[in-house]
Design a protein around this ligand. Structure first.
Ligand SMILES: [Zn+2]
Length: 197
């Protein structure tokens, strides 16, 4: 599949070392990426679109990787690298999917990540905004999984946010947020009410 935004001049799509595209778009997000390019050109800011649509599987991989990064120790998981996260696991006398426990552990490790489907966090965790969230909190899926969001990265997140602020007047941008390292991007959520979904 070829995207129109592959011809962008200043807001380019992320590619791997071998040149393969690292982002998945649909027609609506591809159109927004093209529209945004003109704002980046006008402001003279070069940036990279690093992430867009994430499937359930991609979200599970993100959760797995964060669990590995934090060396989470969970009695239900012998090897995080190879564990089948969709398998049921024993938890407080009931069976729940293993990802549910791993995702809850990642939250408690301080990484704000969405579950691959709406789910209740099994442990208490501290939100990125400082609030202590009790166990049992219901968390929805990511706006990336809903095909509503893109991430843009570059040398200056502040300059990128400045471009998005200008674009907000013309494009259906619902909100945007600077996410410092390790995400190191500006997360942009769109309203797709007038789109194809
Ligand atoms: Zn994002």
């Amino acid at each position: 599949m070829t995207y129109k935004s592959e011809s962008n001049k200043f807001l380019v799509l992320a590619r791997g070392d071998d040149g393969t595209l690292k982002v998945e778009l649909d027609d609506v997000l591809d159109g927004y990426a093209c529209d945004l390019d003109s704002f980046f050109i006008a402001e003279g800011v070069r940036a990279t679109l690093t992430s867009a649509i994430r499937s359930r599987e991609k979200q599970l991989n993100i959760i797995r990787q964060k669990a590995i990064d934090h060396a989470l120790i969970l009695p239900q998981v012998s090897d995080l690298e190879t564990a089948d996260l969709e398998q049921p696991a024993e938890w407080n006398g009931i069976q729940i999917p293993l990802w549910h426990i791993v995702w809850s552990g990642v939250l408690s490790a301080g990484e704000m990540v969405n579950p691959p489907e709406p789910a209740r966090a099994q442990f208490e965790y501290r939100h990125a905004d400082g609030r202590l969230i009790p166990a049992g909190n219901l968390v929805g899926i990511s706006s990336h999984q809903k095909k509503e969001a893109i991430d843009i990265s570059g040398p200056s997140l502040v300059k990128i946010a400045g471009v998005i602020e200008k674009a907000k007047a013309k494009l259906p941008i619902r909100s945007y947020l600077i996410e410092p390292k390790p995400q190191n991007c500006v997360h942009i959520a769109f309203n797709r009410a007038n789109g194809t979904v």
